[in-house]
Design a protein around this ligand. Structure first.
Ligand SMILES: Cc1cc2nc3c(=O)[nH]c(=O)nc-3n(C[C@H](O)[C@H](O)[C@H](O)COP(=O)(O)OP(=O)(O)OC[C@H]3O[C@@H](n4cnc5c(N)ncnc54)[C@H](O)[C@@H]3O)c2cc1C
Length: 380
């Protein structure tokens, strides 16, 4: 850090990565001037509810206990239901906490402002090489479609792989425990990921493979037309509840990774740098963990930006790479589903929970003895 001068930090993007970094950096270095530029108006974002596992909350809590406490008091679940063609298998899973994305961001922004950070909304920040000279440190936290990453692509050398499945992220007033709903239909395999995230609302993310997408003609439908068709396709599960759209177009996930993480005094974090996948429900935690690693590395380096950024990449990368490898296994499992036929609901539950390689058959059996004994009986 340059002596005698307050450090100037620009954060591009007021999502979980940018805001959480601002909070913990603002607290670690109260003299710093931290400025967040967010493209959206205050209170406007994409999506519905996001989950934090208890282990994710535990890993983040030491960095800002009050913030994590505020994010884990709303809706939580200890069980999930894997449902195949209407037959549901309830299984015990680690506790997860859910927040509406808009309230998660409002909470983070409140703490950021409390830490002395300025958050400017309606501000599209397109940083060029000469802008980097105006700041001591610039954080590119502008999400999966990061313009910062693309503008400096020759330095970051990003790889962006498009998933083969199509997803649409809806909400619904029906209360769902965390659920994966799979239906073998005449159009192919239909999937939905649902979970209640507030007193009033649940997520309902529909996922289909390319062939099913084409057979159902989703590409030709409007957003409302797609939503209505999904309501009909999942009518048995929704029990007459509507699906709600909030700018919920079909999309294919992007799997992002970067060969280099920094360029001069600019560093990428969160989805701008690397993604996981909605199916492992961990992108928010992954992004916020980047913020923790980055602040810790800078603190260890006495806020010497060059040293701190190198240290961030050295320490964070192996951990992040291992997490991305688990996400890849989850993606492969989901993308393989449309070409397979699963007929036993417990087999479906087992496969789902073991898909990333992080839960073994023994772990699953220990936590869900009755479910597994029933399955083993059926196999005899
Ligand atoms: C269907 C779906 C379900 C998901 N479910 C979960 C879940 O259950 N649990 C979980 O942990 N994660 C989940 N995720 C992933 C999670 O939403 C992301 O991984 C997480 O939001 C990444 O945080 P971020 O701060 O890096 O990026 P973002 O949250 O995308 O934030 C980036 C911010 O930058 C702003 N921005 C972009 N460009 C500019 C610019 N040029 N100037 C200024 N601002 C800009 C954007 O408006 C945005 O506010 C899900 C994602 C999807 C798509």
């Amino acid at each position: 850090m340059k002596s005698g001068k307050a450090m100037k930090i620009l954060v591009i993007g007021g999502g979980p990565a940018g805001l959480f970094f601002s909070i913990i950096a603002g607290r670690a270095l109260p003299s710093a001037v931290i400025h967040v530029r967010e493209r959206n108006p205050r209170g406007v974002t994409y999506g519905w509810g996001v989950a934090f596992s208890e282990s994710a909350a535990g890993a983040l809590r030491p960095a800002a206990p009050d913030v994590i406490d505020a994010l884990t008091t709303n809706t939580s679940h200890d069980e999930m239901v894997l449902s195949l063609d209407g037959a549901g298998v309830p299984v015990k899973v680690g506790r997860s906490h859910l927040n509406a994305r808009w309230s998660l961001l409002a909470t983070l922004e409140r703490f950021a402002v409390g830490a002395g950070v300025t958050v400017e909304h309606d501000c599209d920040a397109n940083v060029t090489g000469s802008d980097l000279d105006d700041w001591d440190l610039v954080i590119g936290a502008d999400g999966v479609n990061s313009q910062t990453r693309e503008h400096f692509a020759e330095h970051f050398q990003p790889s962006v792989e498009l998933g083969t499945n199509w997803l649409a992220w809806y909400g619904t007033p029906k209360h769902y425990p965390p659920s994966i709903i799979l239906r073998n239909s005449e159009y192919g395999v239909l999937m939905a990921h649902a979970s209640r995230f507030s007193a009033e609302l649940s997520n309902f993310t529909v996922e289909v493979g390319q062939e099913t997408f084409d057979r159902l003609g989703f590409a030709e439908l409007t957003e409302d037309g797609s939503r209505e068709l999904c309501e009909r396709l999942f009518a048995d599960s929704l029990d007459g509840a509507p699906l709600r759209s909030d700018h919920s177009p079909w999309f294919q996930t992007k799997f992002v990774s970067c060969a280099r993480w920094t360029h001069r005094n600019l560093v990428l974090i969160g989805d701008a740098l690397h993604t996981v996948h909605p199916s492992i429900g961990s992108g928010t935690r992954f992004a916020m963990r980047d913020a923790v690693y980055l602040t810790e590395a800078l603190t260890r380096a006495g806020w010497d930006v060059e040293v701190g950024l190198k240290e961030f990449e050295r320490v964070r990368k192996p951990v992040a790479d291992a997490f991305q490898a688990a996400a890849k296994r989850s993606i492969a499992w989901y993308e393989g589903l449309p070409s397979r036929t699963i007929t036993h609901p417990t087999k479906f539950a087992l496969e789902y929970l073991m898909r990333t390689g992080r839960v073994s058959y023994r772990d699953f059996r220990r936590e869900n003895r009755d479910v597994v004994l029933g399955y083993e009986r059926d196999l005899r």
